[in-house]
Design a protein around this ligand. Structure first.
Ligand code: SAH
Ligand code: SF4
Length: 358
């Protein structure tokens, strides 16, 4: 069985073309089949009723259309939707759909769990489970599209569970599928990869010719403070990361989660400005989602605003993000943790599942 959805659209086309030719099918069959991968996704070959039944049966035997099964669907009162998918082997991952005006941004996962253990992050606390394959990563978009074509994401961010640059081969192929017209057709400028900065693979990402966007999770402007929050600092140190970002050909966004009394002083803002200014980077200030780490507290609203103002005074473009989906804990891996947690938490999810759409 060939897993068509793990292939790039060009590779899937080649595989199908060869197979159709071997069966003596007319050439136009390819034009009927290709759109059922990503453009008008079919739930199964049996659903592709514009094809003759014997051909559907043969496709069923030769090519799998990988599905993710929806376990929990939650809708926040601000319109944010969270999807918890179960994979074939029982692992669970999540995606979050964030509507904002005409935009619909889907935040997708690249791994089940994460090995990097950032102290503020719920996914980090779970530890690493496994890499997702390309069908499981792009499949998150496909599943949303299949539920409702009107929900088709306009923007994709790799800010769900996992570190995309530690799963580079699958992410590399997924970027192609997301972007290609025969895939999901989402413009490269509308696709953002978020990373803590795995330097060898960051260079590979930088070599892609499309204008994919890069967001780097900085969270601290000095190596000492960053080491307290993000163990990866020991392997890929801040000065080397900054050097790599200077080499990066496109404008970079720096992500900065504001943690009360930890990385939110005005002196820290000044240090951050010194890093961001020469890069002409945009700084995204993110209020800490409390679910990630019980012992950390978000900065006060006043401190967040003061931090933002200070960056702007230093000539840095900074945006303080609103928290979205707080009531459904729609940050980085939180739902998975609740489900895997104690029985009481499991009970809670079940009742929520009941109250919501599924
Ligand atoms: N591993 C990659 C991508 C997934 S994390 C990375 O770290 O960049 C996506 C974003 O969610 C990161 O910027 C991360 O710092 C942020 N995040 C994690 N836990 C959070 C929390 N508790 N509150 C707010 N943002 C959080
Ligand atoms: Fe992993 Fe990103 Fe969470 Fe850090 S913030 S533990 S890298 S998912």
């Amino acid at each position: 069985m060939i897993d068509l959805l793990s292939l790039t659209p060009a590779a899937a086309r080649a595989a199908l073309e060869q197979w159709l030719r071997a069966r003596g099918e007319p050439a136009y069959r390819l034009r009927q089949i290709m759109p059922r991968l990503w453009q008008r996704p079919a739930a199964s070959w049996a659903d592709a009723t514009d094809l003759p039944a014997p051909l559907r049966g043969a496709l069923e035997e030769a090519f799998s259309l990988h599905r993710l099964s929806l376990k929990v669907h939650q809708v926040s009162n601000d319109g944010t939707q969270k999807f918890l998918w179960e994979l074939g082997d029982g692992e669970a991952i999540e995606s979050v759909l964030i509507p904002e005006g005409k935009r619909r941004t889907l935040c997708i996962s690249s791994q089940a769990g994460c090995a990097l253990g950032c102290v503020f992050c719920a996914t980090g606390r779970m530890g690493f489970r496994r890499n997702l394959n390309a069908a499981e990563i792009a499949g998150q978009v496909r599943e949303v599209l299949m539920r409702d074509p009107a929900l088709k994401p306009t923007n994709i961010v790799f800010m769900g569970m996992g570190e995309p640059l530690l799963n580079w081969d699958a992410v590399d192929s997924t970027l192609t599928t997301l972007n290609q017209p025969e895939g999901l057709g989402i413009g490269a400028r509308h696709i953002t990869l978020s990373t803590v900065g795995i330097l060898p693979n960051l260079a590979k990402f930088g070599r892609r010719k499309e204008q994919f966007r890069l967001a780097v999770s900085l969270h601290a402007p000095t190596p000492a403070l960053r080491r307290e929050l993000m163990p990866i600092e020991k392997k890929y140190a801040l000065p080397d990361l900054m050097e790599a970002l200077k080499q990066f050909r496109r404008r970079v966004t720096l992500e900065y989660v504001l943690i009360g009394g930890t990385n939110d002083s005005l002196e820290t803002a000044d240090q951050l400005a010194k890093l961001a200014k020469p890069l002409e980077a945009l700084v995204n200030l993110i209020p800490l989602h409390p679910g990630g780490a019980p012992d950390l507290t978000p900065s006060t609203r006043a401190q967040m605003l003061a931090f933002e103002r200070r960056l702007k005074e230093r000539g840095v473009e900074a945006v303080l993000r609103r928290s979205r989906g707080l009531d459904i804990s729609a940050a980085c891996g939180q739902l998975r943790v609740e489900i895997a947690g104690p029985a009481r938490a499991r009970g809670k999810i079940r009742s929520e599942e009941h109250a919501h759409i599924e």
